[in-house]
Design a protein around this ligand. Structure first.
Ligand SMILES: O=C(O)CCC(=O)C(=O)O
Length: 310
């Protein structure tokens, strides 16, 4: 990464003008005895002296949630296996009509220029522009279940829509959206059309969430007082490839039907398969939630996460 983009002070200056989106961390810093301002850099190094703590899913409580009660036996079983697998699959979570409404909404928002692609193929934060999408991510029955899986209060903070496959190499979300205590994040990935082996489906490694959280320290990217680490992102990806090989992890591919939902643990290794048949689209939507009792930050850039209530 260029030296200019690694200067921590410039991030602090940016943060200084975003108090509203960062002040939620102040009581949490106090709770854990961390002396910081809302605009200060933060990374896993700041929590090293504390006991390693993790958010713990409460599957007993999950059984009594409204959503669990109305699911079929296979979907219920998948929730009960969350701790072991690191993911849950809810088939037919949305009806075909609901998914059609989502696709129409995305199409209309793109046509009107209300939303657009960033980072090549991502539509970021469409939930800020659409009540329909926001209501799906914020559904109270879904959030009640997610709160059990995240071991706290789950709050929606981000959405990403894809029309083409992400083709993103395998990663754990915990390098991008890290928390203290660890594990305070969930992804909920919704298929907006059928997934096939050639339209870039989601892949994941069952059980990989039980491995350590691989953070800056693990690929020598901690940086110093003035600068963030000097490693490029492909060096993180290379480390992940090595961890997959060293641990003999086996990949699964989510061959989903329209409306199927996969919920992943903060540390589940996952990514996007190659999208080899470009005549097909790969429409999907992913929501990210964090545990409101956890400090949420971006490990690589050492920035506290700006949280805008949705
Ligand atoms: O949709 C995909 O292909 C991958 C999405 C992903 O990795 C993420 O949102 O963290």
């Amino acid at each position: 990464m260029s030296l200019l983009r690694r200067i921590k002070f410039s991030y602090m200056l940016y943060n200084f003008f975003h108090k509203k989106e960062l002040a939620h961390n102040l009581p949490l810093y106090k709770k854990w005895g961390i002396r910081k301002s809302y605009y200060s850099p933060v990374s896993s190094r700041d929590f090293k002296h504390l006991k390693e703590k993790e958010c713990t899913p409460d599957l007993d409580r999950a059984r009594s949630t409204r959503l669990f009660q109305r699911l079929n036996a296979a979907n219920q079983q998948s929730i009960l296996e969350f701790n072991n697998n690191g993911y849950t699959i809810l088939r037919n979570y949305l009806s075909v009509d609901q998914v059609d409404a989502v696709n129409k909404e995305i199409n209309d928002l793109l046509q009107s220029g209300t939303i657009d692609f960033r980072y090549k193929n991502k539509i970021m934060f469409a939930i800020h522009k659409s009540k329909l999408l926001r209501d799906i991510g914020n559904d109270s029955d879904l959030r009640e279940l997610l709160s059990c899986l995240i071991g706290g209060e789950a709050a929606l903070f981000q959405s990403i829509n894809f029309i083409q496959g992400s083709e993103q190499p395998t990663h754990s979300d915990s390098i991008h959206m890290t928390t203290y205590p660890l594990g305070g994040l969930l992804g909920a990935w919704l298929a907006l059309e059928p997934m096939t082996l050639d339209n870039g489906p989601l892949h994941y490694y069952p059980g990989s969430h039980k491995l350590p959280y691989y953070l800056n320290e693990d690929y020598d990217n901690e940086g110093n007082f003035f600068f963030t680490g000097d490693k490029e992102y492909p060096e993180y990806e290379e480390m992940m490839r090595k961890k997959i090989a060293d641990n003999n992890l086996e990949k699964s591919v989510f061959i989903a039907e329209k409306g199927d939902l996969l919920i992943w643990h903060a540390n589940l290794f996952h990514g996007g398969e190659p999208h080899s048949d470009k005549s097909k689209t790969r429409k999907s939507m992913v929501f990210h939630y964090f545990n409101q009792d956890a400090i949420c930050y971006h490990e690589i850039t050492q920035r506290p996460a700006l949280i805008k209530s949705v």
